[in-house]
Design a protein around this ligand. Structure first.
Ligand code: C2E
Ligand code: CA
Ligand code: CA
Ligand code: CA
Length: 287
């Protein structure tokens, strides 16, 4: 007779198989999904911590799969990375997000608000960084939309840039020279050498959500607070702005404001959503 343990293993195997099949199925379905227009973008506002006004929005891609429903990026971005499909998919996200940002700017009186033009943040994966067409394509997208380069921020993860050589940094330098902001995403998770920051063409640090989560305890861990305070101090002395992710409560927002962070993003302000949401927030700010 089979032991319960044996059954458990069979169950686990079946689950692993189902996951593998889905992974394989999703991977092979990606190119057609892009052609059929099954991807869409949700936007999450980035707000100024001092007054809560909208600074911009981050573009977050989703896949509306005909059988599996809406899939988050964690389900398919790694697959798109492996197969190289991330290059055309990333190009589509950039085009679409930049077009959307231009549209928001047109909607606000004068196209600009008191705090400057509305900005758009787009994630770049490591494969896109290595793609030789990155700079030319970005220039092209900006020129065709009429969005000023200074309104675009490209987010690159800290781990993608650890140990980066000059070849990898060159396209980022070129984009930064044009006025495009480069943000170091998920900062604090990659064990990068802080002194190395000076070498990178970045103008924004995005503090990883794990720091914000550490502040959820009451009272917040004093060591966590010291670490964030230290990072903010260092960032500002290098003339980098600090954005925090994953702000879920007013208490966290207050604490991060006191620690000197510049902008924030998180469910406390808004979940990622349809573009109209940003449009109405911007219009509300502009009055
Ligand atoms: P990320 O760049 O770190 O994006 C932030 C993630 O945190 C998003 O997850 C967002 O929905 C989530 N988030 C925002 N506020 C909160 C909060 O208050 N609490 C919690 N618990 N979570 C919050 P999402 O949309 O699932 O995206 C996951 C990751 O997928 C992103 O992490 C990014 O690395 C990647 N990604 C998304 N869109 C793209 C894209 O167009 N291209 C590439 N290459 N990667 C993308
Ligand atoms: Ca990001
Ligand atoms: Ca992040
Ligand atoms: Ca993240």
């Amino acid at each position: 007779a089979k032991s319960a343990g044996g059954n458990r293993f069979e169950f686990a195997d079946a689950e692993a198989d189902a996951r593998a099949i889905t992974r394989h199925g999703l991977t092979t379905a990606l190119p057609a999904a892009l052609e059929r227009g099954e991807f869409f973008i949700e936007y999450q506002p980035l707000v100024h911590l001092d007054d809560g006004s909208v600074h911009g929005a981050e573009a977050l891609v989703r896949w509306c799969h005909p059988q599996h429903g809406v899939l988050g990026p964690d389900r398919f971005i790694p697959l798109a990375e492996n197969t190289g499909l991330i290059v055309p998919l990333g190009r589509w996200v950039l085009q679409e997000a930049v077009r959307q940002a231009r549209f928001w700017q047109d909607g606000a009186p004068g196209g600009h608000r008191a705090t400057g033009p509305l900005r758009i943040n787009v994630n770049l994966s490591p494969t896109q960084l290595q793609h030789p067409g990155l700079v030319a394509e970005t220039v092209d997208v900006l020129e065709r939309s009429g969005l000023e380069p200074g309104a675009l921020c490209l987010e690159v993860t800290e781990s993608a840039l650890i140990g980066a050589d000059d070849d990898l940094l060159k396209p980022l330098r070129q984009l930064a020279e044009m006025g495009v902001d480069i943000a170091l995403d998920d900062f604090g998770t990659g064990y990068s050498n802080l002194a190395n920051l000076r070498r990178l063409p970045v103008s924004v640090l995005k503090l990883d959500r794990s720091f914000t989560q550490g502040m959820q305890q009451h009272p917040a861990d004093p060591v966590d607070l010291k670490i964030v305070e230290g990072i903010v101090h260092l960032a500002h002395s290098l003339e980098l702005a600090v954005t925090v992710e994953g702000v879920e409560t007013g208490a966290q927002a207050q604490q991060l404001r006191e620690l000197g962070c510049d902008t924030a993003q998180g469910w406390y302000y808004a979940r990622p959503g349809a573009p109209d949401r940003i449009h109405s927030l911007v219009l509300a700010d502009a009055v």
